[in-house]
Design a protein around this ligand. Structure first.
Ligand SMILES: Cc1cc2nc3c(=O)[nH]c(=O)nc-3n(C[C@H](O)[C@H](O)[C@H](O)COP(=O)(O)O)c2cc1C
Length: 352
């Protein structure tokens, strides 16, 4: 694999090297995988209108995220079961992100104690799903605050977990083979048996207030696909809105994030920051998202594929994506993230 195509080959490398149920867990979408399969191609439907005759000697791809500079306009999105991919799991990812001066979001289902993640020195946010009995979430949230999380990400697209099908001939799913000790180590023992620990079906704008008061942290709302919902989240006190369809793992046939982003950016109208994830696999995708108004992007599966090679794999992935983003900005005549705005004529395209 030539260096130029290394990033693009990560998924196939993960397919070849991971046990089939683990790879399938990472790659799968809900139901027919329509949304998951369309995500990456959807970014390619936008066209760039590059500027020329600009001095691009010095290009700065750093970006402000909730008031702090991050070196690169992409962070790592929360995901479960990183320790099933590599024994170092979340710690390998945290160390690699720390070395790149990036931003990490840690899943509430993580298999590594928050304290150990904080000790890597990485800038990190905690992701949370809220249970029917909100008070049950408090111990985990307090642990995250103590371990140095500087924002909380509320995932709002998961009132129930979207159904996924086993695709291997044996019908083996990850839960048949995975060691339960590899996940959910930041919950209190016995959490899942407590009445009210099931995911909340009645999540609403008032929960943002509760979460802000409980943690004292800014609340980022993840899983928004519509402008009207984005505006409601902002009115309810969201510090930022994160456009996501959960990597196509929740509602199949949900709109692609590449298509949904401009509507959310317009509805938010600069009141708070807007982030996006879903199918971001290259520097061209990152630049496209920035050009459409995202303040930063997040990567779900890409770091998981890179994690097959442990911390060095994730470091290399971040470095390659940095280099690709730099090249794209140069070719667009942009020297800063802000210069990317206006590189796309946001004629809406429908759907996926
Ligand atoms: C294996 C896997 C596990 C995930 N677990 C979580 C999770 O625990 N919490 C969450 O909010 N999102 C979770 N997500 C969704 C990601 O945060 C992100 O929204 C999505 O993966 C982005 O799409 P991409 O994978 O195409 O980059 C998970 C995604 C994957 C692939």
């Amino acid at each position: 694999m030539s260096d130029a195509r290394w990033l693009a080959g990560l998924e196939e490398q993960a397919r070849a090297r991971l046990p089939a149920p683990v790879f399938e867990y990472v790659v799968q979408g809900a139901r027919d995988s329509t949304t998951a399969d369309a995500a990456a191609a959807s970014w390619r439907r936008w066209v760039l209108h590059p500027r020329v005759l600009r001095d691009v000697t010095t290009v700065d791809v750093s970006t402000d995220v909730l008031g702090r500079r991050t070196a690169v306009p992409f962070g790592v999105a929360p995901s479960t079961l990183q320790r099933a991919i590599h024994p170092d799991g979340e710690l390998a990812v945290a160390r690699a992100v720390a070395a790149a001066d990036g931003l990490l979001v840690v899943s509430s289902n993580a298999g590594t104690p928050f304290r150990q993640i904080g000790e890597t020195g990485v800038r990190w946010w905690v992701q949370s799903y809220l249970p029917a009995d909100r008070t049950l979430a408090e111990p985990l949230l307090h642990r995250a605050v103590e371990a140095g999380a500087d924002a909380v990400v509320l995932t709002v697209d998961t009132p129930v977990v979207g159904t996924k099908y086993a695709r291997n001939p044996e019908g083996t799913v990850i839960w048949d083979v995975v060691d339960p000790a590899l996940l959910r180590v930041n919950f209190d023992p016995g959490y899942d048996d407590a009445p009210g620990s099931e995911k909340a079906l009645d999540l609403g704008p008032h929960d943002l207030d509760w979460l802000t008061t409980t943690t004292g942290l800014p609340v980022v709302v993840k899983g928004v696909l519509r402008g009207d919902d984005a505006a409601r989240a902002v009115d309810a006190g969201a510090a930022a809105v994160w456009v996501s369809n959960h990597g196509g793992r929740q509602l199949d046939r949900a709109v692609s994030t590449a298509a949904a982003l401009p509507g959310v950016v317009a509805a938010v109208a600069g009141r708070v920051q807007v982030y996006v994830d879903g199918g971001v696999r290259s520097g061209l995708d990152v630049a496209t998202a920035l050009a459409l108004g995202a303040d930063t992007t997040f990567l779900g599966r890409l770091p998981l594929y890179a994690l097959v090679e442990g911390e060095p794999g994730v470091r290399r992935m971040l470095a390659e994506l940095h280099a690709q983003t730099l090249e794209t900005l140069r070719l667009c005549g942009a020297t800063r993230v802000d210069d990317t705005r206006g590189l796309i004529d946001p004629q809406p395209f429908a759907g996926l």
